[in-house]
Design a protein around this ligand. Structure first.
Ligand code: URA
Length: 270
């Protein structure tokens, strides 16, 4: 099953299309290309290993559209078929989107020989997914980091062409002036020759405020204030695009809401 079978008989061409094969945009797509094996459905989402799927099938614990599955390699449509395990419906989710509130001392990478990473903030069942941080915060910066295994969306959000806004609360060592605000907002040529893109500063008081960047150069905020003879002593990322850190406690994580996921995936609202 799966392949279209072509028969030429008495110059009449008959095309047999197997169950679940589809024609899309004028192209014939056999089911074996578009559908997923039942054991992959479970293993990809780290619900069960392939061996566990086989055991559960033997015990009749896995059903596809109400019928007990007989084989682990049966093909399913993960978007349409209803898969149950021990009577519980398993919704298919290929990608995971989380936010963590990074505390100081954690690095924004997936593993590190010396330091704790943002992945260490997750419980073991989530650490099994190949999640990585979308962008980096310095070790001493706190706040919002998005973790995902959706490489394409992460790449799109980090692309300099998208101008995704990232907002930070900052505290400086010395008072900053209105001239500092003007200069930083307009863009500053840093020691490495890079001229920063225009940004926005909202003053809270003489030493505190919010800065919104559309790029993410190494130590950018520290270097911007450094170029004005000042020093950043506290930095917290409070939003990424329209996704807000809100009241998530330091060191905690949560799943993005469906609305936040769609902002992250489509990245239309910056
Ligand atoms: N700018 C910095 O200087 N540090 C960060 O962690 C993020 C932006």
């Amino acid at each position: 099953m799966g392949n279209a079978r072509h028969f030429e008989k008495q110059k009449i061409k008959l095309v047999y299309i197997a169950k679940n094969d589809i024609i899309k945009d004028g192209r014939y797509l056999p089911s074996f290309l578009i559908m997923m094996r039942l054991d992959k459905f479970f293993s990809e989402q780290k619900i069960l290993s392939r061996k566990e799927v086989a055991d559960k099938i033997k015990k009749g614990c896995i059903c596809v559209n109400g019928t007990p599955a007989k084989k682990a390699d049966v093909k399913i449509d993960e978007q349409k078929d209803v898969i149950t395990l021990d009577g519980q419906i398993m919704a298919y989710k290929k990608y995971i989107y989380l936010m963590v509130n990074k505390p100081q001392g954690y690095v924004s990478s997936t593993d590190d020989p010396r330091d704790k990473t943002v992945i260490d903030l997750l419980p073991p069942h989530l650490q099994k997914f190949d999640l990585f941080p979308c962008g980096r915060l310095d070790k001493d910066t706190v706040g919002l980091v998005i973790l995902t295994n959706d490489g394409i969306s992460a790449h799109n959000n980090l692309s300099p062409k998208r101008h995704v806004k990232k907002k930070y609360f900052f505290t400086t060592a010395d008072d900053y002036s209105d001239e500092d605000i003007k200069a930083i907002q307009a863009g500053i040529t840093l020691a490495d020759g890079h001229t920063t893109k225009p940004c926005e500063i909202e003053r809270a008081d003489d030493k505190n405020g919010y800065i919104t960047l559309v790029e993410g150069k190494y130590h950018e905020i520290k270097r911007l204030f450094g170029a004005r003879g000042n020093k950043i002593v506290f930095l917290q990322r409070v939003s990424f695009s329209s996704i807000l850190l809100g009241d998530l406690s330091e060191g905690q994580y949560r799943h993005l809401t469906p609305e936040e996921e769609s902002v992250f995936v489509s990245n239309k609202q910056n």
